[in-house]
Design a protein around this ligand. Sequence first.
Ligand SMILES: Nc1ncnc2c1ncn2[C@@H]1O[C@H](COP(=O)(O)OP(=O)(O)OP(=O)(O)O)[C@@H](O)[C@H]1O
Ligand SMILES: [Mg+2]
Length: 335
Amino acid sequence: MQLYLGIETSCDDTSCAIYSPERGIVAYRTASQLDHAKYGGVVPEIASRTHMKTLLPLYETVMEEAGIGLGDLAGIGVTNGPGLTGSLLVGLSFAKAVAYGSGLPLAGIHHIEGHILANAIDQPMETPAVVLVVSGGHTQLFNVERPGRYELLGGTRDDAAGEAFDKIGKILGLPYPGGPSIEKAAREGDAAAFKFPRAMRSSGECDFSFSGLKTAVRLKVEELGEMSERTVVDVAASAQEAIVDALALKSVMAVERTKTSRFYIAGGVAANGRLREVMTERIGGAGAVVSWPPIEYCTDNAAMIACAAWHHLSAGRNDGLDLNTFPRGELKSWS
Ligand SMILES: Nc1ncnc2c1ncn2[C@@H]1O[C@H](COP(=O)(O)OP(=O)(O)OP(=O)(O)O)[C@@H](O)[C@H]1O
Ligand SMILES: [Mg+2]
């Protein structure tokens, strides 16, 4: 059995996983850093220092749970960007040390490719497909010819969808991170209570913009003044509906343009139940089948990185020990 180690430390989650193409995920652990909640966002220095403390014991636990030693591994994959430099350096330095000590091949993985290939963990990804990546830092539509071949169809001009959820959550005084809090509040609310904008609606491009929505919500909240619990859940539901509607609109456009019959959602916002519901209905209506990763593989995780490592290394693409991190950068094709 081939086994691949994945390491992910691009932001505030420390994660290790062992993936086998024959068996799927053999062992997997993520340690989320809860310290950031009290600051209302990720504090980069706290994130990297916490990775320093957490990564080695997490790796040892995962290897023990898989019942394997270094000699059983076929390769190592590590997220080397985009993300917070200090956080990325902890994971990359660790992965390099393991690769150097064991002689195993190493593959640097683009974090967004990891999110896309989270859809290939439990079953092969059907391609060609359109993939909507919706996370804390990205909102992009890709035409994926096959794993390794990515064409960007469009993306956000300003805020990412997850960032919009987080900022609106903050405006409403909901617990951090805003995404899950808004989803929870929205279940009790009326999505038609407030009319919020759907930017770029008639742009004719597969592009998004969410900063106007955030401002519209802020202005509405200022206008409302003291809000009852009922009003808060109504604003949450209406804002969620505006984000989901904008995502669905451009996703349908991408499906129609590429004439693809397969559609995947990826990234943290793919955990949103309302997004899944609306996409299933509207993408289904455009003639494509929609799916998304299991919920634990939507937000940052090393399972997707270990799976991506198998794709890279089994195709003969690997990196040297001079591999570096990058804070920003588009996903490029490598196959
Ligand atoms: N149920 C949910 N509904 C809406 N948004 C959600 C939900 N669960 C998580 N999110 C959002 O997902 C984002 C986190 O996802 P992810 O971990 O993929 O992002 P990231 O790693 O910070 O950014 P990127 O992947 O772009 O670098 C946060 O913005 C969070 O609010
Ligand atoms: Mg992410």
